[in-house]
Design a protein around this ligand. Structure first.
Ligand SMILES: [Cu+2]
Length: 227
């Protein structure tokens, strides 16, 4: 564990910084010890249902330098279907949050992604199963995890993130998409087209769960709670 942590720590330090610190090796060792908690912060997020999806679960974000491990375990999602999932929000200090049904501005009973966007902000990271994780892969449904026949979904991936994301991780939140309100086992156009891509049904992109990191400003939800 110690070896693994120090290896990860070393990897987290960028090359120019590592070179600079190599000139002052004792300082580096001291800094690594006293600072290690800040390099391995873990946040547990409760994912709550949106759109009466009935889906709920947890997401765990572990930040080790700029390596972000994302683990998601959710039950109650539309079974057998892919669920686009993202980390939403901005890294410029803007205060985004999970919307509730009051954001259903046209009152059609479906909180769409477009309606929720002012609250939860734009896609920052696409939580794909492989390949690209930028906003560009937001609707890459073929690389999104699929809920099993019972509606359970498990996901785990470690993603290299920008320094801005690492610095503002507490401002971001997790959203999963894809609902099947008529329970026919597929995404159909019963709720119309998605505003994001008219080729996709609204059901495929409407949010199913959302969860925020609690205790946003303090580090109390991070390393201190983790031991
Ligand atoms: Cu999203």
């Amino acid at each position: 564990m110690t070896v693994k942590t120090s290896t990860r720590l070393a990897r987290a330090v960028s090359l120019p910084v590592a070179l600079t610190l190599a000139l002052t090796a004792p300082v580096f060792a001291h800094a690594a010890d006293s600072d290690s908690g800040r390099h391995d912060r873990t946040y547990r997020i409760a994912l709550e249902p949106l759109n009466d999806s009935g889906a709920r679960g947890t997401a765990t974000l572990t930040l080790d330098g700029r390596q972000l491990k994302v683990t998601i375990d959710v039950r109650g999602l539309a079974p057998g279907l892919p669920h686009a999932q993202h980390i939403h929000g901005s890294t410029d200090g803007h205060d985004h949050f999970c919307p509730d049904m009051s954001a259903d501005t046209n009152k059609d009973g479906v909180l769409t992604t477009a309606e929720g966007l002012p609250a939860y902000g734009d896609i920052n990271i696409s939580l794909t199963t492989k390949g690209d994780t930028t906003k560009a892969s937001g609707l890459a449904v073929d690389r999104m995890p699929v809920a099993d026949e019972n509606g359970a979904l498990s996901y785990s991936r470690t993603i290299a993130v920008s320094q801005a994301v690492a610095d503002h991780i507490e401002d971001l939140h997790v959203v999963q998409h894809g609902i099947d309100p008529n329970g026919n086992g597929r995404y159909d156009f019963g709720k119309g087209k998605s505003e994001l891509d008219p080729k996709l049904p609204q059901e495929a992109t409407a949010p199913a769960t959302c969860g925020m990191i609690k205790g946003t400003t303090a580090h109390s939800s991070g390393a201190a709670a983790e031991s």
